[in-house]
Design a protein around this ligand. Structure first.
Ligand SMILES: Nc1ncnc2c1ncn2[C@@H]1O[C@H](COP(=O)(O)OP(=O)(O)OP(=O)(O)O)[C@@H](O)[C@H]1O
Ligand SMILES: O=P(O)(O)OC[C@H]1O[C@](O)(CO)[C@@H](O)[C@@H]1O
Ligand SMILES: [Mg+2]
Length: 537
């Protein structure tokens, strides 16, 4: 591989070797006082590059020089957020030629292996002068693998709530390991994380998983709750060296903890996360699998509520959909339907009474159209329900707040208001299909997505990557450091265009009053001024 000084900002450097060579105190960010030293270091590292360890951000003097010579954004702003590799901890780990090289399936593929240089950009919308920004390693098969088929003992576990497509991912991991890499030994951990230490395992063969993708749910069962030490004890006891973990944000936090514990114990185990969540609340990735299936299934409930509401006098149809903290299902199901008059989600506070409130809007719709249709995410308006019920907020075994039933609360409030205050007779039709939209098998497009995720995870683990979550970033599959996807939650952006599209489509009130807008504008102005101050210091 050719390296020039102009791309010194993204070198594949074995971090440990570098640290021992240069005794650098700040891993991940390295400064060179002059070009000669940078050049010397590069030639030292060049010989170590084949091991594919961390990509390390390198702030070289040369990059600054290239900026000075007119290149406005040198390579120092090309940031790679890389995933760990087993050779970071086992520098002498042997590598082998990837069996895909001789695979019939890939025989006529022009470029079977992903180049170690290939990166996926986190931001796809850029301006001419904007920095090159954050990148992730592109997912896919590598020329060298760090496991022989015979030595692999893989396991698969599924945690958290259900989601269409889990079985497809399980199936494709088993089939991918067998058909692409000749791996026979795959264990199914039953009943989520706790299954590691409380249940027997299942031998997963291609025959066993052959038609599980036709079923909803998870073939392996799921649970909430965990004990990281006991999980890793079990991984060690069973001689497992590849762990495939399918689950949402909580599960990925669990995967990060397992990876850390594995690292601490110094055992050769690749930990791969496959993000799963019906709520689409996982950060960085484009969309979670099963989400499209859920949005499609939600149409049946919304259509039914619409038919019911428009078939009676003053019909009020209310549909409650899933979405604990993120209202993506409700938003997309509304946008995809067009009969919905109002969509309420956790990110957008709403109010009932007074000008611009929900009651006023419902009354107006009833006057104009004789019916109204509301789609509600389960996490919306939780503060109102809690207030009215004076309820104690319980938590589930994973520590997630248990939601109160906002659907029943809203139904009752609308009924009371129109009957008692407005003296109007309304016909309430409430549909709660929450579990129905996630307990079904995935549609074809989600199955394809699940296959890509599973195969990318298998390629990554076989290539020796670990501590990663796989997922599409701007439509390209990437290996993302697990912490990156758990540090924030993906929520609907209230100031983004998608929510504005929804408001434009339903014509519902934005529930944002003048005062709130004023405060937000003021806050944004103050933040911008503060940022300017920070940048100029
Ligand atoms: N901070 C954490 N550290 C380690 N493990 C965690 C953490 N949070 C959650 N887990 C474990 O991850 C598993 C799933 O978590 P959780 O119930 O939050 O669902 P999830 O993965 O977020 O999926 P979903 O939200 O789609 O239902 C549980 O076994 C839980 O104990
Ligand atoms: O009732 P369960 O199975 O705990 O799951 C409910 C939660 O799981 C999710 O489907 C995913 O987080 C949420 O939308 C929902 O609140
Ligand atoms: Mg979650």
């Amino acid at each position: 591989m050719e390296l020039s000084l102009s791309n010194t900002s993204s070198l594949r450097i074995p971090q440990n070797d570098f640290l021992s060579l240069h005794n650098c105190s700040r891993p991940g960010s390295f400064h060179f006082s002059n070009k000669k030293l940078a050049s010397k270091s590069i030639s030292l590292w060049r010989s170590l590059i084949w091991r594919q360890p961390h990509l390390v951000r390198l702030e070289a003097q040369t990059a600054i020089e290239s900026n000075a010579s007119g290149d406005k954004h040198g390579d120092d702003d090309f940031i790679v957020e890389d995933v760990p590799h087993l050779t970071d901890f086992f520098p002498d780990l042997p590598s082998y030629t990837n069996p895909l090289k001789k695979s019939q399936a890939y025989a006529i593929v022009k470029k079977t292996f992903v180049s170690p240089e290939d990166m996926v950009a986190k931001e796809i919308i850029v301006q001419k002068d904007s920095p090159r920004g954050i990148h992730f390693r592109r997912a896919g098969p590598r020329e060298k693998v760090f496991f022989t088929p015979e030595e692999v003992r893989a396991c698969i576990v599924t945690c958290g709530g259900l989601c269409p497509g889990i079985n497809t991912v399980i199936r494709e991991i088993v089939c991918g390991l067998k058909n692409m890499y000749g791996v026979d030994d795959v264990l199914g951990i039953q009943g989520g994380y706790s299954g590691f230490y409380s249940k027997n395992t299942l031998n997963l063969t291609t025959k066993v998983v052959n038609d599980i993708h036709k079923r909803g749910g998870t073939f392996l069962q799921t649970s909430r709750g965990h004990d990281t030490k006991k999980i890793v004890d079990n991984i060690q006891d069973r001689g497992i060296n590849q762990v495939y973990i399918i689950g949402g944000d909580g599960t990925q936090k669990g995967a990060a903890a397992i990876y850390k514990e594995v690292e601490k114990r110094g055992i050769k185990v690749a930990v791969a996360g496959i993000p799963k969540t019906i709520d689409n609340d996982i950060a960085v990735i484009d969309k979670s699998f099963g989400f499209d299936t859920a949005v499609e299934e939600a149409q049946r409930a919304i259509n039914a509520a619409h038919v019911e509401a428009e078939s009676v006098q003053n019909g009020v149809g209310i549909v409650k959909l899933m979405g604990r903290y993120s209202g993506f299902i409700a938003m997309l199901a509304t946008l995809g339907n067009r009969d919905v008059d109002c969509c309420l989600i956790p990110e957008s506070p709403f109010y009932l009474e007074g000008p611009g409130g929900l009651y006023e809007y419902v009354e107006q719709q009833l006057k104009e159209n004789k019916h109204v249709l509301i789609v509600l995410a389960e996490g919306a308006g939780q503060e109102y329900v809690a207030q009215s019920m004076q309820a104690f907020q319980e938590k589930d075994a994973s520590g997630n707040r248990l939601l109160l039933d906002v659907g029943l609360w809203l139904t009752q409030n609308i009924k009371d208001y129109f009957t008692n205050v407005r003296k109007m007779t309304i016909n309430m039709k409430y549909i709660d299909p929450t579990y129905m939209i996630r307990a079904i098998p995935s549609i074809a497009s989600d199955n394809i997505y699940c296959t890509l995720l599973a195969q990318s995870a298998v390629h990554g683990a076989m290539a020796g990557f670990t501590g990663f979550t796989v997922g599409p970033v701007n439509s390209r599959h990437a290996y993302i450091p697990i912490n990156r996807v758990t540090e924030t939650t993906n929520t609907v952006n209230m100031t983004g265009r998608m929510w504005a599209r929804l408001l434009a489509s339903t014509n519902q009130p934005s529930f944002v009053n003048h005062q709130t807008v004023r405060e937000r504008v003021d806050k944004e102005t103050i933040d911008a001024i503060n940022n300017m101050k920070i940048n100029s210091t």
